[in-house]
Design a protein around this ligand. Structure first.
Ligand code: NAD
Ligand code: UDP
Ligand code: UDP
Length: 338
């Protein structure tokens, strides 16, 4: 591998991320892998706003340049087209590792979770950077414990259609802890529960984006199975606040980051109808295999140790993504007419 044999030493002068945030804090250089994606781009906005230098690494697999184009021309922002499955050399203080094909239609057969995480941990080890992994509630599988605490080890089918994602993230967590224990890398692990907001991929099949796009397009909302399965939906700004609190805090985790409000898919369709279009209808479809029946985070640990909890309810958050979705759907339709 091209990186073998290189030894730039640890860039101690630039700090390792231990510097507390606040007035007079040192400006940091931060990598966000997957920074052109939905969550990543909102995180980049927050980091740039507070005055740090941000390098985004993204292969635009599901992310889009448009998500970060408002930072083009800002000398504190840099965008690198790169696949994290390949090694990379950079000198930074912190690494937020989000790169991952994150939805069922995209994540199959992709080794990003394993190879990408290994490379980012190798990078963190070489330069002494603090590394944050965005893991997922999917590590709990189809949970037998409800709500899920971080101490629960999960109930995952290792050979199912979703296992590439579930097991990929579980492996990523294992690698992260091994690099921490074996190489002393400073690590943080977030287990993110279903998150929604502006800039979500329009057509990647996730339920909130599907329902909102369908309501705007005046199509029926597709409810899979009997619609009684539950999820907990978190607005993206709450997640970004949680990720930064985790990175800056003293605790490794894992931490559940999610909104404990729990909804069936039928209830979610009801809320979309209520806040977006009272005339929206639903249509039942067959469910996918291994669909978890219920999911709801226990966030006591994050509340206590990170002093974090979500602020935006589903009824408050959904309307905040409508304008963005409407604009993009309109552009798409105009594009088709050309
Ligand atoms: P997203 O698809 O919008 O963002 C992922 C980004 O990673 C995209 O910009 C994509 O182009 C990039 N990417 C994918 N493979 C890459 C590769 N090999 N090299 C470089 N870049 C690559 O998804 P998101 O919702 O923003 O998810 C961000 C992270 O949060 C992911 O790690 C995901 O697993 C995790 N997560 C998200 C949710 C959620 O509900 N949104 C829930 C749990 C976990
Ligand atoms: N790596 C990287 N950038 C770096 C340092 C390492 O991409 O600055 C990659 C490296 O190519 C390897 C992985 O991270 O594939 C793990 O690196 P590590 O040094 O831990 O393992 P080794 O190379 O010794 O197997
Ligand atoms: N779902 C649905 N209609 C859709 C898309 C998804 O009813 O158009 C259901 C899906 O079966 C699952 C839930 O919504 O039970 C959440 O699916 P999503 O893919 O958004 O997230 P995840 O399953 O990863 O939690």
């Amino acid at each position: 591998l091209p990186v073998k044999g290189f030894n730039f030493g640890v860039d101690r002068a630039s700090g390792t991320g231990r510097v507390p945030v606040g007035v007079g804090r040192k400006r940091m250089r931060i990598v966000v892998t997957g920074g052109a994606g939905f969550v990543g781009s909102h995180l980049v906005d927050k980091l740039i706003k507070r005055g740090d230098d941000v390098i985004v690494i993204d292969n635009f697999f599901t992310g889009r340049k448009e998500n970060v184009k408002h930072h083009f021309g800002n000398p504190r922002f840099e965008l690198i087209r790169h696949d994290v499955v390949e090694p990379i050399l950079l000198e930074v203080d912190q690494i937020y590792h989000l790169a991952c094909p994150a939805s069922p239609v995209h994540y199959k057969y992709n080794p990003t979770n394993v190879m990408g995480t290994l490379n980012m941990l190798g990078l963190a080890k070489r330069i002494g950077a603090r590394f944050l992994l965005t893991s997922t509630s999917e590590v709990y599988g189809d949970p037998l414990e409800h709500p899920q605490k971080e101490t629960y080890w999960g109930h995952v089918n290792p050979i199912g259609v979703r296992s590439c994602y579930d097991e990929g993230k579980r492996t990523a967590e294992t690698l992260t802890m091994d690099y921490h224990r074996g190489a002393g890398v400073e690590v943080r692990i977030a287990r993110i529960f279903n998150t929604y907001g502006p800039r979500m991929c329009l057509d990647d099949g996730r339920v909130v984006s599907n329902f909102v796009a369908q309501a705007i397009r005046k199509q029926p909302m597709t409810v899979y199975g009997d619609g009684k399965q539950t999820r907990s939906f978190q607005y993206v700004s709450d997640l970004v606040d949680g990720l930064v609190a985790l990175m800056e805090g003293e605790h490794i985790g894992p931490f559940n980051l999610g909104n404990p409000g729990e909804f069936t898919m039928l209830e979610l369709a009801g809320v979309v109808k209520e806040v977006i279009d009272p005339s929206a209808s639903i249509e039942f479809r067959a469910n996918t295999a291994d669909d978890p029946h219920k999911r709801k985070p226990d966030i006591s640990k994050a509340k206590e140790l990170l002093n974090w909890e979500p602020k935006v309810s589903l009824r408050e958050g959904l309307p905040l993504m409508v304008n963005d979705f409407r604009d993009r759907i309109l552009n798409e339709d105009e594009g088709k007419g050309n």
